[in-house]
Design a protein around this ligand. Sequence first.
Ligand SMILES: [Zn+2]
Length: 303
Amino acid sequence: MTSKPKAVHQLTSAQFDKMFPVGNEDACKAYLTARRWPHGVRCPRCGNPAVYDLPSRKWHWQCPKCSDSGYRFSVIAGTIFENTNKPLRDWFKVAHLMLTSKKGMSARQLYRYMGFGSVKTAWMMAHKIRLALVEENTDKLGGIVEVDETYIGGKDKNRHWNKRHHGMTGGDATGKTPVIGAVSRKGNVVARVLHHVNGVNAQAFIREMVSNKVSLLATDASTIYDGLIEYPRMTVDHHRKQYVVGAVHTNTIEGFWLIFKRGVVGTFHKVSAKYLPLYVAEFQFRYNNRFNADIFGTAIGGC
Ligand SMILES: [Zn+2]
């Protein structure tokens, strides 16, 4: 067995407070400016780098290209922090809490911790941050890749959350929403909410996300993966209590589902199918940045 690399340390609460002292919005704005525009401020409308500082207003610039009188914009223009009456420091704190908690934080927890006026405020802020955490897929997954699907939610309270539904061809029958995921061992995970699990959808997801040059594609024995003839696919048959055959297993992706379900079930209680993609994005981002010491900065840069 190779030992797993340890997840790196990220900003502690004390470090956060030191970087962003209470009431010091300038510290947050300077940090946001540096993360948002690492190569210098650019116009959020046209991308023009030749913008001018507005002498009368700090953290404001104007772009001469966008209008004759100069389009004026602030450091939060075009970010999730726009049109908000919350200080940037509150946003940063909420993001920090979300990123440092392995299973995520519910709106109710955030509301109590932050002392907001309503749960709804916390809920909206957390959702906007989740939107910012949505990763654009660049490289296809390679190496040894595991693919698996799982089902989230539904009304059947007696059903055990870990119970698998491999015979199912859709989430509708039980009210559960299917999520499919692929993970490169020691690498990244990609997960996506599906309306319906069938061979067409599952195979389209894999062809989009996983290179066919992988050394191994490990799945369970579900027939939905049968058409992937261009992949070196090997299966374990969970129905026959077969879980690990040499390098062939789906333990990594199932570990990801476990964290995700513990978060969604334990922390968020009820997640409607409508918002499930945002929670998937949050858990995927945390997983893919688990070795990133600057996970907070990466998140703020995407806001
Ligand atoms: Zn412009």
